[in-house]
Design a protein around this ligand. Structure first.
Ligand code: NAG
Ligand code: NAG
Ligand code: NAG
Ligand code: NAG
Ligand code: NAG
Ligand code: NAG
Length: 322
């Protein structure tokens, strides 16, 4: 039956449609209860749409059309789409059900009703929405301070998603970063490093979120270094902190001479901090020590003193010497 119909389908469809169109429309028909004549139905991709159409027993002919295709003529299914069927309640309802709605189903649907004298059509526009989805986002990046950085975040969805960028700083409040799919950072600073969140939203479903990590390299700056007054026989410590990305390497010098671990002196490295530990301070230990912090972007040094009350005239230096 399907095969036989197929051969003359086009012809049939054309004549049926012409018939429906040629008949006058627009008369208010009391016996037919329908939805407003140009209604929009919004549905999410994958859901089931029911496009309502109500009729009564005075109706002689009914049909559903999708653009210019006949989907149903009476109880006769013309569409080959298995997702499509009718929802009928006795003779009073003639609604169209589309399961697993997809974007190509978007468009206008017409319920065409013919009573003995007066035909009427009802148009419904089906709008198919698709949740926002990020399909491409920048890889994590490592750049030097001062570079220009462009992050991208491409998303699809219906309606078109809105993209927002935020910098989720490890050390505080998220900072506003942008409203575009491309985020341009001119001359990036160290405080602009961190985890960038890209959010795509279109109010169809919960927003889609992706992250890009941005590492900003910069040369060492010695933050804190303090001279220490320590009496003979005590444990002495000189500490030096340096900010740097990548993490700094440290060296200690006494005057011009590079220091190494000895029985009484131990050099400790703790990330961005180094501590010079004198296990038992002696007179010979008093003097000028220089901390040198290095990474591949640069080098900085600063000098301090280990001193006793009696050598205090050397006046402790707390500023980096540059
Ligand atoms: C239906 O949606 C269109 C846009 O797709 C809009 O222009 C129109 O105003 C809407 N009609 C109704 C009745 O909401
Ligand atoms: C509506 O018509 C289009 C082609 O014009 C077709 O791709 C789509 O599957 C149809 N939808 C239904 C529900 O029949
Ligand atoms: C960064 O961008 C600015 C402004 O567009 C430009 O003047 C500068 O030359 C760029 N710097 C680099 C390293 O490309
Ligand atoms: C520190 O050194 C002095 C002199 O060499 C020694 O007399 C003393 O016992 C040492 N103290 C400790 C805690 O090792
Ligand atoms: C301490 O040593 C450093 C490195 O040798 C030197 O540059 C600096 O002038 C010295 N500071 C003092 C006060 O002698
Ligand atoms: C410390 O820095 C100064 C100036 O950059 C440099 O002249 C000196 O050699 C450095 N000292 C050491 C021990 O690296």
């Amino acid at each position: 039956m399907q095969v036989g119909r197929k051969s003359c389908w086009k012809q049939l469809q054309a004549s049926f449609f012409r018939l429906l169109c040629l008949l006058p429309t627009g008369f208010p028909v009391r016996s037919v209860d329908m939805q407003r004549t140009t209604d929009n139905i919004t549905i999410r991709q994958g859901d089931t749409a029911i496009i309502r159409c109500y009729v009564d027993d005075k109706v002689s002919r009914v049909a559903w059309l999708n653009r210019s295709n006949i989907i149903f003529a009476g109880q006769d299914k013309w569409s080959l789409d298995p997702r499509v069927d009718l929802v009928t309640k006795g003779q009073l309802e003639y609604s169209l059900r589309i399961q697993k709605v997809d974007v190509y189903d978007e468009g206008s649907y017409t319920c065409s009703i013919q009573t003995k004298q007066k035909p009427k059509t009802s148009h419904v526009y089906l709008i198919v929405q698709v949740p926002a989805s990020i399909y491409k986002v920048s890889e994590d990046v490592i750049v030097n301070e001062g570079s220009n950085v462009t992050l991208s975040c491409l998303a699809s969805g219906r309606p078109d998603p809105i993209i927002t960028w935020r910098l989720l700083n490890p050390s505080g409040e998220p900072r506003a970063a942008g409203w575009e799919e491309f985020l341009d950072i001119i001359g990036i600073m160290r405080n602009q490093a961190g985890r960038y969140e890209c959010k795509a939203s279109n109010d169809v479903a919960t927003p889609d979120v992706k992250y890009v990590n941005v590492v900003v390299n910069y040369p060492p700056t010695i933050q804190k270094i303090q001279s220490s007054e320590t009496p003979v026989g005590r444990v002495g410590m000189l500490q030096c902190d340096a900010n740097a990305v990548p993490k700094p390497e440290f060296e200690w010098y006494r005057d011009e001479k590079r220091m190494t671990n000895t029985q009484s002196i131990n050099i400790q490295m703790l990330g961005t901090t180094t501590i010079l530990v004198f296990s038992n301070v002696s007179e010979e230990d008093y003097g000028n020590y220089t901390c040198v912090a290095t990474n591949r972007l640069g080098i900085q040094n600063a000098s301090v003193f280990l001193y006793s009350e009696c050598t205090q005239h050397l006046s402790p230096l707390t500023q980096p010497l540059l």
